[in-house]
Design a protein around this ligand. Structure first.
Ligand SMILES: N[C@@H](CCC(=O)N[C@@H](CS)C(=O)NCC(=O)O)C(=O)O
Length: 219
């Protein structure tokens, strides 16, 4: 099976697929595109005009959660629960992870401190929902890497980097969330899922977009 990922260098949704490809040691190719000036073929292939776009022997697949499931089912052993309800719950939490990624992006791009603060509180409230499943060990814990791990690691990586750029953006996670975030950040499949100068690229992107947190006003 020939797998090719079409990516934007900083995209957290693409990163989910890369984490799983690395975790399962699946061979893949990756092509980075500029989302502001995508090549003509991109809009022909990507029905929603978004990355990740995955080509599997030339066939198109899109939506990060669907790609995770496809990879997991195609390259065993499976990292999803056998139990139908638990597997469905994992999918539901991955969906929450997607909405938290949107919230993270909103906070990062906030044009002023007030907006950043309001978006930060929204994100903090969202993260609190993670406490019950984490306390129940629903995501598998340290012994069982799951698709939920792959889906959330890009969120924690970005929140960590943002906090490093501007301490006002730091979110104090409740204990179990902090432990989870730290565990994910130490995994080789997570560390190997971004380009080497990712931090610098991320910062430059925020500066280019006029994000308050890296502006002269904020620092
Ligand atoms: N629901 C999608 C979200 C993907 C997404 O938003 N990708 C962004 C880049 S990180 C994108 O392609 N944006 C281009 C656009 O919206 O025009 C998924 O999970 O794959």
């Amino acid at each position: 099976m020939i797998i090719k990922l079409v990516s934007f260098l900083l995209c957290p949704y693409v990163q989910r697929s890369v984490i799983l490809l690395e975790k399962k040691q699946i061979q893949y190719q990756i092509e980075y595109i500029d989302l502001e000036q995508p090549p003509a073929w991109f809009h022909q292939l990507s029905p929603m005009g978004k990355v990740p776009l995955m080509l599997v022997d030339g066939e198109v697949l899109f939506e990060s959660a669907v790609i995770l499931e496809f990879l997991d089912e195609s390259f065993l052993p499976s990292l999803q629960p056998q139990d139908n309800l638990k597997r469905a719950q994992h999918k539901a939490w991955i969906e929450l992870g997607s909405s938290l990624l949107v919230a993270q992006h909103g906070m990062a791009m906030a044009p002023d401190v007030e907006t950043m603060d309001e978006r930060k509180r929204h994100l903090e409230a969202g993260l609190l929902h993670l406490l019950p499943p984490l306390e129940q060990g629903l995501f598998g814990g340290p012994a069982h890497f799951s698709l939920v791990d792959a889906a959330f690691a890009p969120l924690f990586m970005r929140l960590d980097l943002l906090a490093g750029m501007n301490p006002l953006v730091r979110i104090d996670y409740p204990g179990p969330v902090a432990e989870w975030a730290e565990r994910l950040s130490s995994l080789p499949c997570v560390n190997g899922s971004v380009v080497e100068d990712f931090n610098e690229q991320f910062r430059r992107y925020l500066e280019k977009k006029g994000a308050w947190l890296v502006s002269a006003n904020a620092l």
